[in-house]
Design a binder for this molecule. Structure first.
Ligand SMILES: [Zn+2]
Length: 332
């Protein structure tokens, strides 16, 4: 296979703090001979492990990019026994457009891994991440949020692995991150995700969901900053006194039939929040018609006891839209 066509314009090895770009050459009408820069920072201290910190896989999820930008600003090489490689806007064309998918090729990056150096721009970036950056990493963290379309409960995401050591390393990272919920991904996780790429590479990794709505929330951002630092401290990369991580509740998707999808189109009158614990039969809300204002509202109910991992963020919904993602508590 062709090796990556993306070049980085800074040294990722020698001690110090540097910022630059991974240069994506994608010759189109807008930039026939230019590049689409993917900003990258590296902070290298004394010898130790390497953490790869990623955000902006989806371009309308800004909590992660802001949290990683704060860390780039705040952390200095003298504080580190190890190295940070930080990519706060991996799918930078999508981030600059504030949209989930890339405006260059319409692709969802978290369905593009392991990528292709000979593919389109999203495939090329995904391949660069796997074939260059993930190979350098001893651990990886990928920060997401609900974006414009949804709002997530603050949660860490762990991919299940039959490799017990890798599974434990993933769980240890999630425990250090300290989100209220830890979502264990299994058969419902798409194998084209960054989580799956890390699993295949044998690199311990968590992803995180940090609220949503398409902007940033200062509480979510500060929780992410502290969570990432606790993961770095756990890996011995940074020595810093940090607030103790609260215990996280393990949850999993039991069936997508536990989720609530809009049965008809209309206004979604939501009666719960992300993170709520809900009971079987509990009222979730109503769909109210704008076509006929005297139509009886359609009531919606939860069909299982569990936690609301996420809800849709659209006021007017179409039949089939996700209104609630419901996960069940599980034990390790
Ligand atoms: Zn995302």
């Amino acid at each position: 296979m062709t090796k990556t066509r993306i070049e980085v314009n800074i040294c990722l090895q020698s001690p110090g703090k540097r910022t630059g770009d991974a240069l994506l050459r994608w010759s189109d009408d807008a930039r026939p001979l230019g590049v689409y820069p993917v900003p990258i920072a590296c902070i290298v201290g004394r010898s130790g492990a390497t953490a790869l910190l990623i955000a902006g896989v989806h371009g309308d999820e800004f909590e992660g990019p802001v949290a990683l930008s704060q860390l780039i600003d705040e952390i200095n090489p003298e504080q580190l026994e190890g190295r940070l490689i930080i990519v706060p806007a991996l799918n930078s064309p999508a981030v600059l457009a504030s949209q989930r998918t890339s405006p260059l090729d319409g692709r969802n990056m978290n369905r593009a891994f392991p990528g292709d150096p000979d593919g389109g721009p999203t495939d090329m970036i995904a391949d660069f991440l796997v074939s260059v950056l993930l190979r350098e990493a001893d651990l990886a963290i990928d920060l997401h949020a609900g974006g414009k379309a949804s709002v997530f409960a603050t949660s860490a995401l762990v991919t299940r692995s039959n490799n017990q050591d890798l599974m434990q390393a993933n769980l240890d990272l999630a425990a250090a991150f300290g989100a209220p919920l830890t979502w264990l991904l299994g058969g419902f996780n798409d194998t084209r995700s960054l989580n799956s790429a890390a699993l295949n590479a044998g690199v311990p990794m968590i992803a995180a969901e940090l609220g949503g709505g398409g902007g940033t929330d200062p509480i979510e951002v500060s929780q992410a900053v502290i969570g990432v630092k606790r993961c770095l401290a756990h890996a011995g990369i940074i020595k810093q006194t940090l607030p103790t991580a609260p215990r996280s509740i393990f949850v999993e998707t039991r069936s997508i039939a536990d989720n609530i999808y809009a049965p008809v189109s209309g206004l979604f009158d939501r009666q719960f929040k992300a993170g709520d614990q809900v009971e079987n039969g509990q009222l979730a809300g109503y769909i109210r018609s704008l076509d006929k204002l005297d139509d009886v509202p359609v009531p919606l109910h939860f069909s299982t006891k569990g936690y609301v991992l996420a809800h849709g963020n659209r006021g007017h919904v179409m039949r089939g839209d996700m209104l609630a993602m419901v996960v069940c508590e599980t034990h390790m």
